[in-house]
Every structure is written in structure tokens, then in C-alpha cells.
Design a binder for this molecule. Structure first.
Ligand SMILES: [Zn+2]
Ligand SMILES: [Zn+2]
Length: 316
């Protein structure tokens, strides 16, 4: 059981340094992979040991430092990159799915994600940057965004031939996951397998169940690891983080363009995690924590407050 004392992961977050590779027990390792020029600092990739090689939950941001950190971290856990057996992708953002294609090339691992997320990746992969930026600009204009914001977006699309899709998580204090890099990153590796809500994630010899938790992205999943000795561990991706409130935005890549309700999805997904009452949360950013229902309540309250503010503004 986790103690009350802050662990090395939490101390690292507080001091804004990269946490160590950690053996979390029961064949689970935490491997930090840096995100360049970004207040989030790093993604926590988890490696699940199996007889057929490690299965990764997310892979991290694709740049030279990330590739080195992942390979070295796996080495600390006793594995070579070439031994990776599979990759479970919580969602398509490049700080999670960025290195998946590279790992598959090096190891022959399969990549698995929810079918809805796979559709998003397919849509992104088939869309040139200029078209994507144009689509974003259109939906922002429809929502009443000022022209100077649209101009910045249009110039992004006209520029580099790609997009930085990391945008997504804002901390109560300020920083954003985009980090101002303006860099170009496509996380467009298509999956080999589909993850289905309520079913096994297909990790050989291990009890890992898929929980579809749409909201932060339409096909976001959490993975529930419930094993003797270490019951009730939830690998939460970006769905549930200890102090950061994940961004919930329209689903711009939504291939069908049908009306969606991301915030409604997100709040429902939160309630389902609270009802599950996992014993420990292993998030993709920041640090591990325990009281999931309390964290869910805080997020529900936060959104209720913001919705009430919005509602009162709309009445004027
Ligand atoms: Zn994300
Ligand atoms: Zn993230």
C-alpha cells in the first residue's frame, strides 16, 4: 500500500525534475519520458512485465531525448526495446502515442487503442495540416472566436506541414500542455488491435481490463489492473490526474461531424471511476495518488462552478 509520505515521483514533480524509473511492484514499472519545452515535464510510461516481453501503457513524446529515456528506462527494468510485446494507448495525444510507431518498428510490438480513438488517428493521418487548421479555424469562428486568434491558427496550418496536438491539459495555476513549442508532431501510428470497454486488454498472463473514459478525447481509455498482492490499480492516462484538470474540448477530429457532448462524456466517465473506487491511481502525468472518489468530487465541483459561471454570463 502507498504510504502518506510523498514518494520520489511526487518529490520530483514538486522540484520540477525528472523522476526516477521506479519498480512499483507486481511487475509494473514507471518510466518517465520527457516532453520538450513543456510545463508538464514528462509522461509516465508504465511497463507491465509479461512472459512474452513488456507491454507498455503509452510510449511518450517522439524526439531523441524521449527515445533515449524510454530505451534506457526499459533497460533499468531489465528489458531491451526490441523485447516490447505490445502497446496499450490511453489516447492519441503525442505525449502518449508519439513513440508508438518507433517502438513497433524496433520490436514488432502490436499497438492497441479504443476503436473511437483509432478513427480519430485515421482522420488525423489523412488530413494535411492546412486542412486541419482550416477546420479548426472554421469551428472557432462559428463559436465566436476573435479574428486575431483565427489568423494565428491559419498561419500555423500554412507553415510547417503538421500539427502539435499535445494541447490538452491545463493546470489550475496556468500552464498548458502545448508549451508554446509550436512544434510539429504527428502521432499517427494506426493500431493493430482494438480495445473494448469492459474486456481484457490482452496482456498475456495479467488481469488488465479496459475502461472507456471519453471526455479528454473521444476514445480515451483507462486500464484497470486488479491482481493479487496489488489489487485495484488504475492506469488513468490523462483522465484523472492528482491536481491538473484535463482539458475537455470539442472533438475537432470527430470524423462524422455529428453533435457531441465532450463535457457530458467526461463527467459521466469521472462518475464511473469514482464508483469503481480503485485503490491507487497511476496517472500519465504528475504522480501516483490514492483517493480517487475525492479527486473526482473535486473535479465535478470545479466543473459545476464553471458551468454556473457560464450560465450566469449567458443570462446577461
Ligand atoms: Zn492528453
Ligand atoms: Zn498527456
Amino acid at each position: 500500500m502507498p504510504s502518506e509520505e510523498p514518494g520520489p515521483d511526487q518529490l520530483a514533480w514538486r522540484s520540477r525534475t525528472l523522476p526516477p524509473v521506479e519498480d512499483l511492484g507486481g511487475g509494473v514499472w514507471s518510466i518517465p519520458v520527457p516532453i520538450p519545452d513543456n510545463p508538464l515535464g514528462y509522461t509516465l510510461v508504465y511497463a507491465l512485465e509479461t512472459a512474452r516481453g513488456p507491454v507498455l501503457v503509452d510510449t511518450g513524446w517522439d524526439d531523441p531525448a524521449g527515445r533515449t529515456a524510454l530505451a534506457d528506462g526499459l533497460g533499468r527494468a531489465g528489458f531491451a526495446l526490441a523485447e516490447v510485446h505490445g502497446i496499450l494507448v490511453t489516447h492519441h495525444h503525442p505525449d502518449h502515442h508519439g513513440l508508438s510507431g518507433h517502438v513497433r518498428e524496433e520490436s514488432g510490438a502490436w499497438i492497441a487503442m479504443h476503436g473511437v480513438e483509432a478513427a480519430v488517428v485515421r482522420a488525423i493521418a489523412g488530413l494535411p495540416a492546412s486542412r486541419w487548421a482550416g477546420r479548426m479555424a472554421r469551428s472557432m469562428r462559428d463559436a465566436g472566436a476573435p479574428e486575431e486568434h483565427l489568423a494565428a491558427l491559419r498561419s500555423l496550418g500554412a507553415g510547417s506541414g503538421g500539427r502539435d496536438g499535445a494541447g490538452g491539459v491545463t493546470e489550475s495555476g496556468g500552464g498548458t500542455e502545448n508549451g508554446g513549442r509550436g512544434g510539429v508532431r504527428l502521432a499517427d501510428a494506426l493500431p493493430d488491435r482494438e480495445l473494448v470497454h469492459g474486456e481484457s486488454a490482452g496482456v498475456p498472463g495479467r488481469a488488465v481490463r479496459v475502461l472507456w473514459t471519453p471526455g479528454h478525447t473521444p476514445g480515451h481509455v483507462c486500464l484497470y489492473l486488479d491482481e493479487p498482492g496489488h489489487p485495484g490499480r488504475l492506469l488513468s492516462g490523462d483522465h484523472l490526474l492528482p491536481t491538473i484538470s484535463p482539458a475537455v474540448s470539442l472533438y475537432p477530429e470527430n470524423p462524422g461531424d455529428e453533435p457531441t457532448d465532450p463535457l457530458g462524456d467526461y463527467l459521466d466517465s469521472l462518475e464511473r471511476i469514482a464508483a469503481l473506487a480503485p485503490q491507487e491511481i497511476l496517472p500519465a502525468h504528475q504522480y501516483r495518488f490514492t483517493d480517487a472518489p475525492a479527486r473526482v468530487r473535486a473535479l465535478l465541483d470545479h466543473h459545476a462552478d464553471r458551468l454556473a459561471e457560464l450560465h450566469s454570463q449567458l443570462k446577461h
